[in-house]
Design a protein around this ligand. Structure first.
Ligand SMILES: [Mg+2]
Length: 93
């Protein structure tokens, strides 16, 4: 099975609502991992946690695209990317 198939099966096997709950959980874990970067302590360990939580979020985000419709999200992404490029251009000029 390739990545796309695994992620589609995850939603089929575990269900839409549990995977949405998983997204909420992983997003909050990433927020916490990023917050902890600001604390004193083992930076390598904290960075490793950030990498892990970004990976978790990416995998669940792709499932969210399957649930909510890739084309709906792509349209918003394209618009926001263009808006970002415009804002960068305004800042640079
Ligand atoms: Mg996680």
């Amino acid at each position: 099975m390739n990545k796309e198939e695994i992620l589609k099966q995850a939603v089929e096997v575990f269900g839409v609502q549990p995977q949405i709950e998983m997204m909420i959980e992983e997003a909050s874990e990433l927020i916490q991992a990023l917050q902890k970067l600001k604390r004193v302590g083992n930076r390598d360990e904290k960075l490793d946690n950030v990498y892990e939580e970004i990976a978790d979020c990416k995998l669940v985000l792709e499932q969210m695209e399957n649930i909510f419709g890739k084309e709906n999200i792509k349209a918003k992404e394209d618009y926001k990317l263009e808006r970002l490029a415009f804002r960068i251009k305004q800042k640079v000029l």
